[in-house]
Design a protein around this ligand. Structure first.
Ligand code: SAM
Length: 222
């Protein structure tokens, strides 16, 4: 039996429902919209692209929509921008779905190429783009990273279903990998999430409100 079921969201883009977590991989109000409005825009990807060099940490890569949205926004602004993404994901099965979908996001072909690579470290380098995916538990792979990031997309399943990634300890490890003033964006505004972020060293502010009452959360590296 498949461990995930395909579903079309309100903006026409596709997501999956995980049977293991009993939760969707994206907001059902629009998976593609979420990638642009909750991640790429609040992390100032367009503005970073003007400077010519961006480093992004994409935690919980899934179908790669958040990374793809960042590529679209950055390369539209500055086609010569150098972009380096490290992506963390622990499930080969969701990566296997990438080849079967065609979201209307520029450069999604790069995400497809990445997902087709064999092994626990998947990497593509083409012109000014470099994407590296570490396929294992993010609580372990986060310790292998040496780079300093301008932006972090933080997109696990909900704190209720996946509490191990929303801890102070994990946020602190991520915080150490960010340059001063870099932004971490996440969709959750749960009180405990915000307390853990604050205790891990972030300045916490509201993120964008996208088709619901509550905002997401942004963590600024101080
Ligand atoms: C909400 S989905 C992310 C959607 C994704 N950002 C996208 O753009 O398609 C959460 C992802 O976290 C992954 N995940 C869950 N636990 C993890 C862990 N401990 N380490 C790494 N990835 C994990 C799941 O396999 C799933 O792909």
């Amino acid at each position: 039996m498949d461990a995930m079921v395909k579903q079309v969201t309100d903006d026409g883009s596709v997501t999956f429902i995980s049977k293991k977590y009993d939760e969707a991989y994206h907001s059902l109000t629009g998976a593609k919209e979420e990638a642009f409005k909750k991640y790429a825009e609040p992390c100032w990807i367009k503005e970073l692209a003007k400077k010519g060099n961006i480093k992004i940490l994409d935690i919980c890569f899934g179908l790669g929509y958040n990374s793809a949205a960042a590529l679209e926004v950055a390369l539209k602004e500055n086609p010569d921008c150098k972009i380096f993404i490290i992506a963390l994901e622990n499930d080969e099965e969701i990566l296997g779905q990438i080849d079967k979908i065609t979201p209307q996001i520029d450069h999604y072909d790069m995400i497809k190429k990445l997902a087709q690579k064999e092994g626990k470290v998947k990497e593509i380098k083409e012109k000014n783009l470099h994407i590296k995916l570490l396929l294992d538990d993010a609580r372990m792979t986060v310790n292998l990273i040496k780079e300093e990031f301008d932006a972090v997309f933080f997109d696990p399943f909900s704190p209720k279903k996946c509490p191990e990634l929303w801890t102070k300890e994990f946020f602190a490890k991520v915080n150490r990998l960010m340059r001063k003033d870099a932004i971490l964006a996440t969709y959750s505004c749960a009180g405990e999430v915000r307390r853990n972020m604050t205790n891990a060293g972030f300045k916490v502010i509201d993120g964008p409100i996208v088709r619901r009452w509550s905002p997401g959360t942004l963590g600024i590296k101080v």
